[in-house]
Design a binder for this molecule. Structure first.
Ligand code: SAH
Length: 507
């Protein structure tokens, strides 16, 4: 192997997965190996390409040696990075916040350079200022703080670490931000007070900042240790000391988001659009991906192949999903057929996503109903004029509702139903789901409901009160009887579903 690998030391940002840089995203996408620790928000790993090796080397400030269960000591992390890089692989070392801010990124880089491994750094947004920002605390302010100091609260525990000069810090004006400051909170505050920092100085401790689980304790330098004990604040947390803390009262914003703190299970197809999760994050919710369905090409494609050869003689081709578009055209390509095989057939599409998938392949659908259901399409056909005697091919999943073909037949059409893909139930996610915390389960189709129910059979693990948030009436109908609380989105799109959720929880 001639190529020597490279390690990118990449900052993952403070929590919210949208707080990574473009450079970080590109590096994650291209990586052969991603080595990450426990501060890294897991959803970022979904950007890694399928087949990339994901290595967890989580670090905890737990246990007397600063190590928790399943944690690799630093020299072993270094060895892993070095070994993977020397195999010639593209390694991303993904670290919470910024890799060079209290992340031991400097030590990892030194180790690698010492062994001839190339290292590049992609800085990240550090929790040091971003976590206070998510709590509504600007670390500087013209009237309140013209300097800010970032320190570790762990100085005594880090073997061979340089001690923090708490007495000097006590005299320094401006804002003091302490990372890793929970375990030694009382000791550090006492040192600052002993050094002359006024006990009344405002202080805030922000746990799991920039995440839907964010919690903030506000007190003073003299009382924050007690207050945080009472609130049960646990690491990771950022301590902010200084007058800027007062601004939280007016500037707090993240906790005000409509879905802040809500946990929403997102049932979806494997590889399905992550746009629902993204929108939930943007409104302050914690989406938990839960694949319910794996979408597969048909095991047996003879009927599909035969139909593909006859596409030219059709009056209408109906597509009901983006998957239908994908699998039909992929099969056609495999058979050496392109757009011309469709001849003059008109195309009808149910749903925006389906229409978009068609556009991407160069087709402008002739008919897209306003209501994205089979019934909506039937109505649209009624308005379109007679379908009597028309040859219609309906390309769809192997298992689907029969309303559409039945109604079209009643209207006198010559309908052929062509399965182009099939769905099989997916196993529950490996990482597990914290069901006891789940507020809602979002369903984007009837089949996500039936598959989720099937996955857990007689023992649904979700709380009885959980909200079944359904994209439309058909999905809601499927959910009825299985869920006590059901929400049916008035607008049957992913944004419509998220809006309905936000409305629901506003109450
Ligand atoms: N390199 C990281 C810091 C690593 S040290 C950065 O730049 O942010 C770990 C400490 O970071 C934690 O003990 C905590 O003080 C802080 N931290 C990181 N992410 C945090 C989060 N989401 N909320 C609160 N504190 C966080």
């Amino acid at each position: 192997m001639s190529r020597r690998g490279k390690v990118h030391l990449v900052g993952a940002g403070p929590g919210d997965p949208s707080l990574v840089t473009l450079a970080a995203l590109r590096a994650i996408r291209r990586a052969d190996v991603v080595v990450y620790d426990h501060l890294v928000e897991r959803s970022l790993l979904e950007y890694a390409r399928p087949g990339a090796e994901l290595v967890f080397v989580g670090k905890h400030a737990a246990g007397p040696a600063g190590r928790g269960a399943g944690v690799l000591p630093q020299d072993e992390i270094n060895a892993v990075l070095c070994e993977k890089a020397l195999e010639g692989r593209r390694v991303v070392r993904l670290k919470g916040g910024d890799p060079f801010v209290f992340g031991r990124g400097g030590e990892e880089a030194e180790f690698l350079r010492g062994r001839g491994v190339a290292v590049e750094v992609i800085p990240g947004i550090t929790s040091g200022h971003a976590v206070p920002a998510y709590a509504g605390i600007p670390v500087t302010h013209r009237d309140l703080a013209s300097q800010v100091t970032f320190v570790t609260g762990h100085d005594r525990d880090t073997e061979g670490g340089v001690p923090v000069d708490w007495e000097a810090l006590a005299g320094a004006p401006g804002t003091l931000v302490v990372l890793m400051g929970v375990r030694q909170l009382r000791r550090n505050c006492e040192k600052l007070i002993a050094g002359g920092k006024p006990e009344k100085t405002p202080a805030a401790l922000v746990e799991r900042g920039a995440l839907p689980e964010q919690r903030t304790a506000v007190a003073t330098l003299g009382t924050i240790a007690e207050e945080s004990g009472r609130a049960g604040i646990r690491p990771p947390a950022v301590l902010v000391i200084g007058d800027v803390v007062r601004l939280r009262k007016i500037l707090a914003w993240y906790e005000k988001k409509p879905l802040f703190g809500k946990t929403v299970v997102v049932t979806r197809h494997e590889g399905g659009a992550p746009s629902l999760a993204r929108r939930l994050w943007a409104l302050g919710a914690r989406p938990i991906p839960h694949p319910t369905i794996l979408v597969r090409p048909l095991a047996e494609s003879a009927a599909l192949d035969a139909a593909a050869a006859r596409l030219g003689g059709l009056d209408w081709l109906i597509l009901t999903s983006a998957n239908g578009v994908r699998f039909l055209f992929e099969r056609m390509e495999a058979l050496g057929l392109d757009a011309r095989a469709l001849g003059g057939a008109k195309i009808a599409a149910i749903g925006e996503k389906t229409a978009l998938a068609l556009k991407k392949r160069g087709f402008l659908p002739d008919l897209v109903p306003d209501t994205y259901t089979a019934e909506g399409l039937i109505d649209a056909f009624r308005r379109e004029g007679s379908v009597k005697g028309k040859k219609i091919l309906l390309a769809r999943a192997k298992k689907a509702r029969e309303v559409l073909p039945e109604e079209l037949k009643k209207m006198g059409a010559d309908v052929e139903v062509l399965p182009v893909y099939e769905t099989v139930p997916a196993p529950p996610p490996e990482a597990g789901v914290p069901w006891e915390r789940v507020d809602a389960i979002a369903f984007t189709s009837s089949s996500t409901v039936t598959h989720l129910l099937a996955a857990y059979k007689d023992a649904p693990p979700w709380p009885r009160e959980v909200l079944a948030a359904c994209i439309g009436p058909v999905t809601a109908e499927t959910a009825s009887g299985h869920f006590k609380n059901i929400l049916s989105a008035p607008v049957h799109t992913v944004p419509g579903l998220v809006r309905a959720l936000a409305e629901h929880f506003k109450k």
